[in-house]
Design a protein around this ligand. Structure first.
Ligand code: OSB
Ligand code: MG
Length: 391
């Protein structure tokens, strides 16, 4: 096993990780350029800290999908890399209960940095430790971040459909519910027409944006420029994850701002994408960048460079959705995020107080930790496997 070669802050008295897999049905199929989903197989991580006096649990949610179609990570792989590499490194660094300083999320990334890649697996672990840290100190994530707002405007991500009629029915329902921004998934063959029809339906004032999940190539730049006439807020990740130059060329050619999602995997890529003109707007997804701490750094950098950011979503349960709500209340998040009501995806959430839509906004959670309490009965009912790891 690799060892950290630089001294790091103490992690705290970590005694146990539980890796829990749950199964949740989506209320309606969600189709993107990379595939269609009807249910989710989600990995949750529980981190237990025990200093002899007190036992505190923290929970994290791994945002990767079942298959490596959005990015290279997938849920079985994430569980395996945690079990084989990440958890052992953290157990090796856990402090004796007698000298415990409490859980420290900042200690996590340096301890597991020798393991390449796997940002979503790493983020899930760090998130569980962060939740435990906040609960240990009886505070919550919004206070920890110094959030002043109590709610943030909510956007909704709308999938691809077989017909325009179905799409328009779906969009009408979301507009009716009060969402403040609509995002349409697009792909070659499903772009200009649906965008024109939806713009026509919702009128000129409701913000509209599109997301291609890398479905186009540099040869499509002229075609993508035809979206300019629909006055879109942004076009999200039209080209491949690696194609920063292509995105910079598109940004040069199109009047619609180019926003990157998949390409932004760290503070460094965010900085480079801004510098090279590949990203005019950034979608911040904590899981994709290795955790909430790196997400905050990207927010701070973007704010300093006056680049607008918004908080992306990965169909999170109430764990990730609560944390995203608090994060998205930071001042630099000037655009509505993909933080819709839990009911947009799930009939029942695993938390006692699911995120709801109120006047087109979602409330910054006030509960302890990342901002949720689990509904343990329901969680147990949908659990498909449980693996316990001990140091
Ligand atoms: O590209 O933003 C994306 C969902 C899964 C994977 C990737 C993406 C999405 C979404 C949905 O667009 C966002 C959400 O509301 O959770
Ligand atoms: Mg996206």
């Amino acid at each position: 096993m690799p060892r950290p070669d630089t001294p790091v802050a103490p992690l705290g008295a970590l005694t146990e990780f539980e890796l829990r897999r749950i199964r949740l049905d989506l209320v309606t199929p969600f189709r993107t350029s990379f595939g269609s989903q009807t249910e989710r197989d989600i990995l949750l991580v529980r981190a237990r800290f025990d200093d002899g006096d007190r036992v505190v649990d923290g929970w994290g949610e791994c945002v990767c999908m079942s298959e490596p179609l959005y990015s290279s990570e997938y849920v079985d792989g994430a569980q395996q890399v945690i079990e084989r590499y990440l958890a052992p490194l953290l157990f090796a660094a856990a402090t004796a209960p007698t000298i415990s300083t409490g859980p420290s999320a900042a200690a996590v990334a340096p301890l597991i940095g020798a393991i390449r890649g796997h940002p979503m697996a790493k983020a899930a672990i760090e998130m569980a430790v962060l939740d435990a840290q906040l609960r240990w100190h009886e505070t919550n994530y919004a206070s920890h971040l110094g959030i002043g707002r109590d709610r943030v405007p909510s956007g909704v991500s709308v999938g691809i459909f077989d017909t325009l009629d179905t799409l328009l029915t779906e969009v009408s329902a979301y507009v009716e519910q009060g969402y403040r921004r609509i995002k349409l998934k697009i792909e070659p063959g499903w772009d200009l027409e649906p965008v024109a029809a939806v713009r026509d339906l919702i009128g000129p004032d409701l913000p509209l944006q599109v997301d291609a999940n890398s479905a186009y190539s540099r040869h499509d730049i002229d075609h993508l420029c035809r979206l300019d006439e629909f006055d879109l807020l942004l076009i999200e990740q039209p080209l491949a994850e690696e194609d920063l130059l292509g995105h910079a060329r598109l940004a040069e050619a199109a009047s619609t701002p180019v926003c990157l999602d998949e390409s932004i995997i760290s503070l460094t890529t965010a900085s480079d994408a801004i510098e090279t003109g590949a990203a005019e707007i950034i979608n911040i997804k904590p899981g994709r960048v290795g955790g909430y701490l790196e997400a905050r750094r990207i927010h701070d950098l973007s704010a300093a460079r006056q680049v607008p950011v918004w908080c992306g979503g990965m169909l999170e349960t109430g764990i990730g959705r609560a944390a995203n709500c608090a994060l998205a209340a930071l001042d630099g998040f000037t655009l509505p995020g993909d933080i819709s009501a839990a009911s947009r995806f799930y009939a029942r959430d695993i938390v006692t107080d699911p995120i709801v839509l109120d006047d087109g906004h979602v409330a910054v959670p006030e509960q302890l930790g990342l901002g949720f309490e689990l509904d343990h009965e329901f969680l147990d009912a949908i659990t498909t496997s449980t693996q316990t790891l001990r140091g």
